[in-house]
Design a protein around this ligand. Structure first.
Ligand code: FAD
Ligand code: UDP
Length: 379
């Protein structure tokens, strides 16, 4: 036994929210767990660190939002949350608009002041392009929801940068993530519960994983010895890329990657908002975050900003987003079938399930697995 030196019940690959929630719950039920994490830290893409007293999110802005009270209570066990409500501003060639699409946006675009006038404008624009029937792609879906003007200024450029392909080649569900509402309400989400942990996300993971039954090996890649790990552990929870697990035997699934550029400046307040999206096609980045506006903490006279650049994924880059179009979903189903045939390995999380999960959905999925896994033990 080279790896399973403490008679572990589980090997968990990935210390992100899926792996960590499962580890926490399994440890509570008396199981011994070894977590392998290829990065130098726990927390997966939710990881944060402090800079001049400001919580910086290392993999893009993470705002917790959910309608599920059980999940909200679950995450609140590990941290207090502030009352942050995400209100994004869009910059289109120097013009500013409120997001998501609401009466403020409709007023800024068309000068309309009532919901009826706004709905009429959208109807006119839909008629002009002959939009009818169920939308088949993101462009059709966007025009169906908010008309051509907003599609051209606030969606097309951003979307095509973000995904590296035409909006006509993307699935409609991606744009349905954003609310469209006929009230003067700039809340980016429709969910009942929303916030940011007051001490950052990393503290949540430190608490979740603080059990003598959980050991963590950082800077350790499962693929350094996949066969060795598979042989030695009775059960494995794998939260990495599903196609990588099978050495891409059916071909690569597509992902999108990102590059983050962070700078610290001697200015108190640079952009006046936590997130500004750049929605034209020429600007190479999609958004800039100014972290202090997420929780009003940190030294005065200092600010930390991160610019997010979308980029193509290749095997040397981090996979951040699955591209859930029809072609990739067909391929994913082949991998899932292969995964289902492996008795002792369970695939979970955004990359293991190749799904555009938010944090609350990942936690929910991990808790569902806990119920299933320990059902026969009466938990
Ligand atoms: P991850 O968090 O990716 O964790 C997986 C871990 O596994 C990683 O640490 C990785 O290093 C490790 N790993 C992978 N392969 C191996 C291997 N071979 N060996 C060892 N370790 C391995 N969600 C929200 O709810 N709200 C938001 O505002 C939000 N904003 C986001 C912004 C961005 C830019 C991105 C990319 C995501 C955002 N999300 C947001 C989604 C959120 O990050 C995910 O839902 C969540 O992190 C997924 O959890 P996970 O455990 O599946 O994966
Ligand atoms: N989107 C857009 N314009 C914006 C913001 C978002 O067109 O200003 C589209 C884009 O296609 C994006 C999708 O809406 O991928 C979902 O946006 P969200 O902010 O939820 O993306 P995430 O935070 O997951 O990257």
């Amino acid at each position: 036994m080279k790896y399973n030196t403490r008679n572990y019940d589980y090997l968990i690959v990935g210390a992100g929210p899926f792996g960590s929630v499962f580890a926490h719950e399994a440890a509570k039920r008396g199981k011994r767990i070894l977590i392998l994490e290829k990065r130098a830290h726990i927390g997966g893409n939710m990881h944060t660190h402090k800079e001049h007293g400001i919580n910086v999110h290392d993999y893009g802005a993470h705002i917790f939002h959910t309608n599920n009270q059980e999940i909200w209570n679950y995450i609140n066990q590990f941290s207090e949350f502030n009352g942050y409500i995400n209100q994004v501003v869009a910059n289109y060639q120097g013009e500013l608009y409120n997001l998501p699409f609401n009466m403020n946006t409709f007023y800024q675009i068309w000068g309309v002041k009532t919901p009826t006038e706004a709905a009429q404008k959208i109807e006119e624009q839909k008629k002009q392009v002959g939009s009818k029937g169920a939308p088949q792609n993101l462009e059709e879906q966007a025009i169906h929801l908010i008309g051509t003007d907003i599609y051209q200024k606030l969606i097309k450029g951003y979307t095509e940068k973000q995904w590296g392909r035409a909006a006509t080649e993307l699935p409609p569900f991606i744009i349905r993530r954003l609310p469209v509402r006929f009230t003067y309400d700039n809340n980016y989400f429709n969910h009942r519960y929303q916030g940011i942990p007051v001490d950052g996300y990393t503290k949540i993971f430190e608490k979740m994983l603080a059990s003598e039954k959980i050991d963590i090996q950082l800077d350790t890649d499962f693929f350094a010895d996949q066969t060795g790990y598979l042989t030695e552990f009775p059960r494995i929870i794998y939260t990495g890329m599903i196609d990588r697990f099978f050495d891409y035997k059916y071909g690569e699934l597509e992902y999108r990657s990102l590059r983050f550029e962070t700078q610290i400046v001697d200015v108190d307040n640079v952009q006046g908002n936590a997130v500004i999206n750049y929605t034209d096609s020429e600007t190479p980045y999609t958004r800039i975050m100014e972290w202090k506006h997420f929780d009003q903490q940190g030294e005065s006279g200092k600010s930390v900003l991160t610019t997010e650049y979308p980029q193509a994924w290749d095997r040397k880059k981090e996979a951040y987003y699955p591209v859930n179009d029809a072609r990739n979903m067909t391929l994913f189903k082949r991998y899932r079938k292969a995964a289902n045939q492996l008795e002792k390995v369970i695939f979970g999380g955004r990359l293991g399930n190749y799904q555009y999960y938010d944090m609350d959905q990942v936690i929910h999925a991990a808790l569902q697995l806990v119920k299933k896994e320990f059902a026969c033990e009466g938990y």
